[in-house]
Design a protein around this ligand. Structure first.
Ligand SMILES: Nc1nc2c(ncn2[C@@H]2O[C@H](COP(=O)(O)OP(=O)(O)O)[C@@H](O)[C@H]2O)c(=O)[nH]1
Ligand SMILES: Nc1ncnc2c1ncn2[C@@H]1O[C@H](COP(=O)(O)OP(=O)(O)O)[C@@H](O)[C@H]1O
Length: 199
């Protein structure tokens, strides 16, 4: 469970899309949200877009592995798909906030890797939010107001990567994923493999 978090605009989605395009055996955890769809987003790919009543019903039915209210909208990780995929040996990429990260870590610590992306500066963060062109001035202002509060949770993560140049940021995140996959406890089949070597 490879988690990417950052203040809005710091580059999570960009890095996530590059990882999904280039890394084998990595699926995206597609969240459910009450946030309105943005230009260019696709239902079922970027998010499952639902209304608040549906979201509340899903919470009541215990359908989320974690959920949180972020920037006045609700976001949640559907449980069923993730549990089944993990059981089948699939790795998952999560783009979730610090609240969701805490919930997943408390529940599934050994399977969780937490990566926090930081912008090179607050000014650059705002420039990127504006250049993305997906949010109104009012939404950008409200997200910038919360950026410092989001950033304050950086010390709850295993890795911190400053997203200055996108290619070097991507390389760093990819190397973290590759190294975490090679941790002895995460590799399956080593006992048989080493037993054969030592036979
Ligand atoms: N806890 C939690 N946070 C989520 C989930 N999906 C997205 N988020 C977070 O909600 C925040 C807003 O996401 P979004 O509206 O896509 O804006 P963005 O950060 O500008 O891409 C970001 O911090 C996301 O990481 C989820 O399923 N659970
Ligand atoms: N290192 C970077 N340099 C310049 N622009 C970037 C960089 N990383 C991301 N961006 C741009 O900044 C905007 C926000 O990135 P995005 O991935 O949507 O952030 P998040 O998902 O964290 O909100 C996008 O337009 C993206 O193309």
């Amino acid at each position: 469970m490879f988690i990417l978090s950052s203040p809005s605009g710091a580059g999570k989605t960009t890095i996530a899309k590059k990882l999904l395009a280039q890394v084998d055996g990595l699926g995206m955890s597609v969240s459910v949200t009450t946030r309105p769809i943005r230009p260019g987003e696709v239902e079922g790919k970027d998010y499952h877009f639902v209304d608040r009543d549906t979201f509340s019903q899903m919470v009541e039915n215990g359908e989320f592995l974690e959920w949180a209210e972020v920037f006045g909208n609700c976001y949640g990780t559907p449980k069923a798909q993730i549990k089944a995929g993990l059981k089948a040996g699939q790795d998952y990429l999560f783009d979730i906030d610090w609240q969701g990260t805490q919930q997943l870590y408390q529940r599934m610590e050994v399977d969780v890797v937490r990566v926090f992306l930081l912008p090179p500066s607050i000014a650059e963060l705002e420039d990127r939010l504006r250049s993305r062109g997906t949010d109104s001035d009012e939404v950008i202002r409200s997200r910038m107001d919360r950026a410092k509060a989001e950033i304050s949770h950086w010390d709850g993560y295993d890795y911190v990567v400053i997203n200055d140049d996108i290619e070097s940021c991507y390389d760093s995140v990819l190397h973290i994923l590759e190294a975490e996959r090679l941790r002895r406890a995460r590799q399956t089949g080593l006992v048989d493999f080493t037993r054969k070597l030592m036979a």
